[in-house]
Design a protein around this ligand. Sequence first.
Ligand code: NDP
Length: 491
Amino acid sequence: MKLKNYIGGQWVEPENGAYEPVIDPATGEILAEVPKSSVKDADRAIAAARSAYDSWRKVPAPKRGEILFKVGQILKERKHELAQQMTREMGKVYTEAAGDVQEGIDMAFYMAGEGRRSFGYTTPSELPDKFAMATRDSIGVAGIITPWNFPMAIPTWKIFPALVCGNTVVFKPASEVPLSAQALVNILIEAGVPAGVVNLVHGDGPVVGEALLADPRVDLISFTGSNQTGRHVAKVAGEALKRVSLELGGKNAIIVMDDANLDLAVEGILWSAFGTTGQRCTACSRLIVHEKIYDELRDRLADRMSKLRLGHGLEKSTDVGPLITQKALEKVHGYVEIGQQEGAKLVLGGGRAENGDLSRGYFYQPTLFTEVTPEMRIASEEIFGPVLSMIRVKSLEEAIAINNRVTYGLSSSIFSQDVNRVFQAIRDLATGIVYINAGTTGAEIHLPFGGTRGTGNGHREAGTAALDFFSEWKAVYVDFSGKLQRAQIDA
Ligand code: NDP
């Protein structure tokens, strides 16, 4: 099956006729062929989004919201098939893929509601017979560039608020997950999004994504992906004075104190560290553990990790799926070698999983390092795989300082039953998201999502924070005095 781009209301082949295969990372099977589009396709999509903008911004926001409500209903009806397709496309186990679709459903209904809210505010004027208000305005064409690890959730978190705010969209999904992108766009069309309002262009980031960054017809860029690409996006789009939102991952830690409920902590750690094979931006890859319980936690974890079952995500028995690509597998293994060279102790895993059918896919053994020190590279750089590093601490203060020393600041967590320690941690953990007695993953769509420092550039996704990114404030003054009143001068 050859996929197409969707430009100006038409499914079209790429102008250059170039394609590449889409591969099931668990089996190596070719699922489809995705266009390797050129700058010309991106150019046409931007033009289509530009020309649709003026009428879309004038569609009443409640009507835009109604379309999103319909999108949510269709997503709900197709949740099962979308999740199955996602598992084949990028490997995460079925239940997690269904959760990924559920995030899209939740976001659709939430943003549908924003069609009837999108609150601005009124405030008294300093002058008599004058009215003042601040309203939300649309911005223009949104360039949406997304990664492969949440094929439905991340695009919906960006596209739905962009649309409800009255912007039009050029969507460049990651090359690994074009089937999910196509399914989402089909649903948007079915729900009534007019031609040109959403355009989909498949292709390489450095070609199609790049074309969006500097083009003056694109007003804003919302990007999720690697730190390296994010910096480039910020530079090029920033130079063009575009509004840019970056979500660039993390080096998230779980702190386990000596008074923690260890049964609960083990569950939270397994889910956060090995869910989606460690390929979540909020995945836990550092475990900061009080010295009094360090050995016990290590033994309990190693025991549970050794029982995790690797396999195709559509098999009911599978706990952990494959990594996304051969390149990702090599990157993860490279970090395992670095960890060993740095002197960390490899307790479990540390190699490709190749038994039987696993040899067909990019499977990696769940891996545990102990005796890790905070300055090691495995404790400070994003690995994006099933590798967990245990760091020993003597106090909460030391744990918090270690949590905060990395360049990322997305998510953190603490397991403790001591309310004083918990509130101290809430105050001092320098991340955008903090969990108490839960792992580092599990964001809900109506709260702000994003992080501090190297995780991004200060914007937040989801919740009303998303509206702040996808809309522009407009201050309106209505003078009904019938005479010229000069602010600051006539008062
Ligand atoms: P990238 O940052 O390369 O890709 C993210 C998106 O950006 C993709 O759609 C990609 O396109 C696109 N892109 C790439 N280059 C450009 C460019 N010059 N201009 C505009 N868009 C561009 O991440 P990878 O997928 O290569 O993953 C590498 C690492 O990034 C991971 O190992 C992980 O550490 C991190 N990562 C973090 C994520 C997070 O959730 N924060 C998500 C994914 C990755 P395409 O890939 O199709 O060429």
